[in-house]
Design a protein around this ligand. Sequence first.
Ligand code: URA
Length: 313
Amino acid sequence: MTETHEIDSAQLEAYLEFLVAAGFDCCLDDAPVDRFTVSAEVARQPASVASAMPSDFREPEQPRGRTVSVPNRPPEDFDAHKAAQTILQRQKQISDQAGSSVAPIGSGAVVPDAQAVSSAREMASKAGSLDELRAILADFHGCNLRLTAKNLVFGDGNPNARVMFVGEAPGRDEDLQGVPFVGRSGQLLNRMLAAAGMERSSVYIANVVPWRPPGNRAPTPQETEICRPFIQQQIELVNPDFVVFLGAASAKTLSGASEGIRRLRGRWISYASPVRERRAMATFHPAYLLRSPLEKRYSWRDLLALREALADK
Ligand code: URA
């Protein structure tokens, strides 16, 4: 028998607020799933079903009445990185033993480390075209963000553009559509470009990190470092004359600047690669402008400076 609970609208609203605060911001299934009913059904399954689980995943049975003492802190010489590697190796052994049809817990997750960064560099440098780079990224397993994202958000616009805009990382709408800057901040960016006489379809737009971080959190420094070689190669392949960093995160990652966005924005800096040097400028991120509309005047100035530079060259 399924129990039903009456919930009044205030309770429902409070619950929705709780979910939003906890980072839930979209529905992934058409119908809600009652996890309490599902777990009650699993508990009622016969023992034979439970015993199909590989034994390494089950807790060893403890004799009744015996207490188990669990240390409340790791030993002095505990090495978290080594422990994570050991767990991943063990998971791989388990899945190899169980056959390829059974995936290990956390299947596909990697420990972000220097190895992932150097493999990203090596793989990115192999791309001779944007299509190749997209295919390489789609097959790159060194960044765990791909496990929680719905889509790879590669790039959009004119692949021969003279101007390339680079944001930080996709949000919810971008993740759902697989296209950068299509949500509210993307719409503002489109309007700003149009006002400055630049159609979105005439420029190229991408992000430093091509997968949405869960709940729109900021990418970690490791995630950014792993993804950096790909955006650097994307810039080489588009080969724009001008690069515009949307927000401090993109500017700092790609130009190496350490100043805040207020100091950095609005002046020409250099974006140098082994191939060529380009003029670059940082400007406020459109998401920031949505929160602080008075700052739009500075972004307007930045776009006018860009338009002037485009006309000069
Ligand atoms: N913010 C970004 O930095 N990139 C997007 O694609 C969308 C929002």
